[in-house]
Design a protein around this ligand. Structure first.
Ligand SMILES: Nc1ncnc2c1ncn2[C@@H]1O[C@H](COP(=O)(O)OP(=O)(O)OP(=O)(O)O)[C@@H](O)[C@H]1O
Ligand SMILES: [Mg+2]
Length: 453
């Protein structure tokens, strides 16, 4: 373990030496200072684990030195040395942030004991702070399942990006979690208490999109009976999320470029530019560079937004995320639908693992929601996992097939229930014994295997 470094401040050079000897003998690294200026200079240039400060210095008092020191580094605990009988000032030192005090002439064992205690206390509070920070980070991402290395990489990127104000470019297939990641960047950034405003550029016709984004003056167009602020203004101080930016009409692209370059724009029908402080995050599932080459997307805007690219991998490239995502959605929907479904049968899970997931996480979420709504048991069986929005053709059974499957299952359940007692089973089924035997034979079921011994 690294040696602890202690700063000792006292205007009595003899006492300073005694303290140095005692502390060095106990294994500490000691730096001494006779005057406040020297002490502060040391704090500025080195890291200390503890300071021992004399309360009555010639040029200033120990409490001022301690406060000055804490302004530079608040994590250095201070032990105050006081003259015998000045308990009052010692107590006031503690109120001002000293860890403890030792009275002079001091008992060396008492001093060492206080030093150890202060160091241990510091270690614990730093540890608690570290854990809290870790917890905060976890909390921020608690709604994002990321077991795969690829997604872990994305989350690490998100933590770093959140600390900057640069434009983020999120690229990923539909349903890979682009909006989720955009929100995570916002909530882990300094802007978290300000608005997160999202708009889907593909969802609105050109003129509507323009007035939504930039706002308008009263009378700017028919129907503009009063002025409106627009989303960029609403996002002031926060984050603006431009979803599906690849679908933004060319005319609006140049206006957006100006916002990105100067954080300024003109609302419709207004001559007065509005200045906003927004962080911009864009998302696209298109290959935007291709759009640039085809002349559908401005090259200069492309370069403006392509500052920090985040690529969300499709689900089929990170199948290890499927089981934890399933758990996450089972929990979510069982709570919502008030059902006690906690698992999938292994056949159902296997079916999910083998699938290609063109709709990515959103499709998986929908499938689990559907299965949860349909199930009557407390597990989800593979027959409840449907593909392609409806039943896959090879999965649609003929009436005959479905009927015999049902019959077999029915008989099996009866045999289990009656422990292979055929008289009892046929009675429950309302069948003659002979007919019942026929059925068992048809499905190759043997009552004796269900007998309990
Ligand atoms: N890693 C994940 N952990 C938990 N939930 C996720 C994850 N990724 C996506 N989801 C969920 O899947 C759904 C789709 O995610 P989101 O809307 O962010 O995707 P998108 O890429 O914006 O999709 P689209 O292209 O369709 O707009 C959301 O309900 C989201 O909460
Ligand atoms: Mg989206």
């Amino acid at each position: 373990m690294a040696q602890h470094r202690i700063l000792v401040i006292d205007d009595d050079s003899n006492l300073l030496e005694v303290l140095r000897m005692r502390l060095e003998a106990a294994g500490y690294d000691v730096v001494t200072a006779l005057r406040e200026e020297d002490a502060i200079e040391q704090v500025r240039t080195q890291v200390f684990d503890l300071a021992i400060i004399d309360l009555q210095l010639t040029t200033s008092d120990g409490i001022t030195v301690m406060s000055d020191m804490h302004r530079i580094n608040p994590d250095i605990p201070a032990i105050i040395l006081t003259a015998h009988g000045s308990i009052e000032s010692a107590v006031s030192a503690m109120q001002k942030g000293a860890y403890s005090y030792v009275t002079k002439p001091f008992d060396p064992r008492e001093l060492l004991f206080q030093v150890e205690k202060a160091l241990e206390n510091r270690r614990l509070s730093l540890e608690i702070r570290r854990l809290k920070e870790l917890l905060d980070e976890r909390y921020e991402f608690s709604n994002i399942v990321a077991k795969s290395e690829k997604m872990q990489h994305v989350l690490a990127q998100v933590s770093l990006i959140a600390k900057t104000d640069s434009t983020v470019y999120i690229h990923g297939e539909s349903g890979t979690g682009k909006e989720l990641i955009a929100k995570a960047i916002h909530t882990s950034s300094e802007r978290r208490d300000k608005p997160f405003v999202a708009i889907n550029c593909a969802a609105l016709p050109e003129t509507l999109l323009e007035s939504e984004l930039f706002g308008y003056e009263k009378g700017a167009f028919t129907g503009a009976v009063q002025s409106s602020k627009g989303l960029f203004t609403q996002a002031h101080g926060g984050t603006m999320f431009l979803d599906e930016i690849g679908d933004m009409p060319l005319s609006l692209q140049s206006k957006s470029l100006r916002v990105l370059q100067e954080r300024q724009f003109l609302p419709l029908g207004s001559q007065k530019p509005v200045t906003v402080d927004v962080r911009v995050i864009v998302a696209t599932n298109k290959d935007l560079w291709n759009e640039v080459k085809e002349g559908r997307f401005r090259e200069d805007l492309y370069y403006r937004i392509h500052v920090i690219p985040v690529v969300l991998p499709p689900l089929r490239e990170r199948k290890e995320d499927i089981p934890p995502l399933v758990d996450y959605f089972l929990h979510k929907f069982s709570k919502k639908m008030k059902k006690k479904v906690k698992a999938l049968t292994s056949e159902a899970m296997q079916k999910l693992m083998l699938y290609d997931w063109p709709g990515n996480v959103r499709e998986l979420e929908n499938k689990i929601e559907f299965a949860m709504a349909m199930t009557r048991a407390n597990v989800i069986t593979d027959d409840l996992i449907l593909y392609g929005g409806d039943q896959a053709p090879d999965k649609l059974k003929s009436f005959k097939e479905a009927k015999s499957e049902f019959e077999k299952q029915y008989l099996l359940n009866l045999l289990k229930l009656t422990h292979g007692n055929v008289s009892r089973a046929s009675e429950l089924a309302g069948k003659y014994r002979a007919d019942f035997y026929q059925l068992l034979k048809k499905y190759n079921l043997k009552p004796e295997t269900y007998k309990t011994h």
